[in-house]
Design a protein around this ligand. Structure first.
Ligand SMILES: [Zn+2]
Length: 320
């Protein structure tokens, strides 16, 4: 629901440069071996050779570059052909050669943790975190990804981009399963200057708030998940693919708490609190965060589940 700026990704890519260089050298070597082996024929070998040509950039290429590569690859093997059963063996061979499974274990957990992803980038309702896990046999701890990786350009259609960092979207298992190869109108990464309001937001039905305050039944609270207008064929909405509105409607209790807090935390009371506890309420933003019990800035959305929902509702209620 919220874009990550290129500058943030670039910083992490630089930080992980040593590992990335190693993976790059490894994949070039494996691709070359595959070419030398001579077992692939026709478009398959052309595809591998094209991959070898761009092997220096394929891991870190930005979306615009990936789009130029996409044109070349689809001319060799179209996405429609690539996803057929007949190509399954070749697809698997490519994904294995590129080292996707290994990177899922040894690189992505650290990388996405450093980028600061703690909640599913589609639904923002589930944790997507990297945890320290005890490995009993080895008597040590290791990092484990408690998230799945969705590919913006699906790996069933474009196995060539299975390890391209700008093509990887960390998601919860439910969203990843629901997405499959559906297209949704959302790009996770963008040029810093182009990041603006995402166009996704939750909107409380204020009449329902009045009715709730009268009868105190949270079931009466109503809201909508509004999305940007869909452009392009075969593109689906978040509500259609991820059932976002449905997920949040099971959590009306959160909206209820915010409605009640808005009754209590008036601007005057917030001022009084800040004056009475100056060491705790050190700034307006920390006051807001303590009151709603979540992050309050859009740029912090990825840090914790439910942040988007709580921010939108709290702003609408004038709570923050
Ligand atoms: Zn999700």
């Amino acid at each position: 629901m919220r874009t990550i700026p290129f500058s943030k990704v670039d910083r992490e890519i630089k930080k992980h440069d040593q590992a990335i260089q190693k993976y790059k050298a490894d994949l070039k070597q494996k691709l070359q071996l595959l070419v030398n082996k001579g077992s692939l024929k026709g478009p398959d070998i052309m595809y591998v050779k094209e991959l070898l040509k761009v092997a220096n950039n394929i891991i870190t290429a930005k979306p615009a570059t990936l789009a130029t590569y996409e044109k070349k690859f689809r001319r060799i093997i179209s996405p429609e052909t690539m996803k057929t059963k007949a190509k399954q063996k070749f697809r698997t061979l490519l994904i294995n050669t590129l080292g996707y499974s290994e990177r899922r274990k040894d690189f992505y957990p650290h990388y996405f943790k450093d980028i600061g992803i703690g909640a599913c980038i589609y639904c923002n309702s589930m944790l997507t975190v990297t945890v320290e896990k005890i490995i009993r046999k080895k008597r040590k701890t290791g990092a484990q990804a408690r998230f799945q990786v969705d590919h913006y350009l699906p790996k069933s259609e474009y196995p060539c981009f299975s390890i391209s960092l700008y093509n990887l979207y960390p998601t919860c298992a439910s969203c990843n399963n629901s997405k499959g190869s559906h297209k949704v109108q959302f790009q996770l990464y963008a040029e810093d200057a182009r990041i603006k309001n995402s166009g996704f937001y939750f909107e409380l039905n204020m009449v329902s708030v009045g009715v709730y305050l009268l009868y105190r039944d949270s079931g009466l609270i109503d809201f909508e998940f509004i999305e940007p207008k869909i452009a392009g064929k075969n593109v689906k909405s978040f509500n259609e693919v991820f059932a976002v509105e449905g997920i949040y409607k099971t959590q009306k209790g959160i909206a209820e708490e915010l409605i009640l807090k808005a009754e209590v935390y008036t601007p005057a009371y917030k001022k009084l609190l800040a004056g009475s506890f100056p060491k705790i309420f050190t700034s307006a933003s920390i006051t807001d965060r303590l009151i709603i019990g979540n992050y309050t800035s859009e740029s912090d959305l990825h840090k914790r589940p439910m942040a988007k929902f709580m921010i939108d509702i709290a702003i609408q209620l004038g709570l923050i």
